[in-house]
Design a protein around this ligand. Structure first.
Ligand code: HAM
Length: 430
């Protein structure tokens, strides 16, 4: 018997419906914020995907040689593909440019709760602006999406790559050394990160500064930033980063929507392309991030384009579905208005089809009994599958232009005029 490959999943109807629901709300949000959808390939050149994705993901890419001898890989994220487009085919498009993508991604991660080898993201990228409004938009959009999905108590962990890089630059660490240190911080491995800094000849002052930063975090953004400012006062680059984050928080605070944050001065993300604000979203019940993103101003240039600043976020659809399950949020599904039409006698089969067509025209999801079962068995089956209404087409009622409408959950039924049937179902299902 064949099974799915380790780390790969089948989505049976209930799960598939939830995944598609989150995707659909994400797409609605993309439209509300002016993000245009693009579709890029799952297979890309290995060089492109590996460029700035960070050691962690690089090690876990599904890469292989295709039959033409090209070194290719399955995409582990969308950002590289979208940046490739912006550096090439879309380079003459006016800015700002807002692009949305959704689809499957592949990382050879160790399968565990919330970590899969094939997973889905809804990805939003905003190109062309260095301003804090752009960073704020990405945060606000993510907050809005989680709210629309009716999740509770979600919060954002926020930092700024420029704080640490500002210090490490001034301390003379090259990019490779900085990236290694950031990878350790991404794993919350503070001790090793400090040892690593010591090994890279960071000064005593630098080490003390880093140590203090790793401990600086809190929910009052402005208070945390005040304290970071004091800690990094001798590092110019880091100060500019604090200033930038301050401006972003002012915009987020004033946008009128509640947003819970945890600011962490020593926060780093595994991807290497970030140059500015970085963040992840969480709910308390799950300790993996639901989404993550940040500013990356140098990537397009690296891919041969002009210098185009960018900021974006990827929402993890699988983990959002896990969150909806944890918080017992059940998305409104088509099932709540679904109807089965059952004909009692052979002669009314055609009428059953006609009524089905009439109900579908009004937007109701309708199944017709196709197994030739007795009404009681067809009803028992509809009940088991959670169908909301049954329309029973019997010869007696038909003579009077009527049918029986049964509300499955309430176990109540009544005879209704065919001319009123659609209306009756629509009214009782709202
Ligand atoms: P990321 O943090 O690697 O960022 O992934 C974003 C989200 O994708 C995660 O928060 C998580 O929900 C989901 N995700 C990642 N790996 C897995 C996995 N193995 N299983 C299930 N879900 C997973 C990025 O991908 C960046 N491209 C985000 C970005 C866009 N930055 C700027 N623009």
């Amino acid at each position: 018997m064949f099974k799915t490959v380790r780390g790969m999943r089948d989505f049976l109807p209930n799960d598939a419906e939830k995944m598609r629901y989150v995707e659909q709300v994400s797409r609605e949000v993309s439209k509300l914020y002016g993000y245009e959808e693009i579709i890029t390939p799952v297979v890309e050149s290995y060089e492109l995907l590996a460029a700035k994705t960070g050691e962690e993901i690089r090690q876990r890419m599904y890469n292989f040689e295709d039959l033409g001898g090209r070194k290719v890989a399955l995409r582990p994220e969308f950002t590289a593909s979208v940046a490739r487009l912006v550096a090439t085919k879309m380079r003459n498009e006016p800015k700002p440019m807002r692009l949305f993508s959704t689809g499957s991604l592949y990382r050879y991660d160790e399968p565990q709760y919330g970590r899969f080898r094939e997973f889905w993201q809804a990805n939003y990228e905003l190109f062309g602006s260095t301003r804090p409004e752009a960073d704020a938009e990405i945060l606000i959009l993510t907050n809005d999406l989680l709210k629309r999905l009716e999740l509770q108590n979600y919060r954002f962990k926020i930092g700024h790559t420029g704080i640490l890089r500002g210090i490490l630059n001034q301390e003379g660490l090259d990019e490779g050394q900085q990236n290694r240190l950031m990878q350790l911080l991404d794993k919350k491995n503070w001790e090793d990160a400090l040892a690593n800094a010591r090994g890279a000849n960071v000064s005593q002052k630098g080490l003390r500064t880093l140590e203090r930063l790793f401990e600086t975090r809190g929910e009052d953004a402005f208070q945390v930033l005040e304290s970071v400012k004091e800690t990094v006062q001798e590092y110019e680059g880091a100060l500019a980063a604090v200033e930038n984050l301050w401006e972003i928080f002012e915009l987020v605070r004033d946008n009128g929507e509640q947003m819970d944050v945890m600011v962490e001065a020593g926060f780093a993300r595994g991807l290497e392309y970030y140059t500015g604000m970085i963040f992840e979203s969480y709910i308390p019940e799950i300790d993996v991030a639901l989404g993550g993103g940040g500013r990356y101003d140098k990537l397009i240039q690296l891919f041969g384009g002009e210098s185009i600043p960018a900021v974006g976020v990827a929402q993890g659809i699988d983990r959002i579905v896990l969150s909806l399950n944890k918080q017992k949020v059940s998305p409104k599904t088509a099932k709540e208005r679904s109807v089965v039409v059952i004909s009692v006698k052979n002669e009314s089969k055609a009428k059953a089809l006609e009524l089905s067509a009439m109900l579908r025209k009004a937007g109701l999801p309708v199944e017709v009994e196709v197994m030739g079962r007795a009404v009681s068995r067809a009803l028992a089956d509809a009940d088991r599958r959670g169908v909301a209404y049954a329309v029973i087409v019997g010869p007696e009622e038909l003579k009077a232009e009527k049918v029986v409408l049964r509300e499955m959950k309430k176990r109540e039924q009544r005879t209704v005029e065919i001319s009123n049937l659609t209306e009756e179902i629509l009214v009782s299902s709202t």
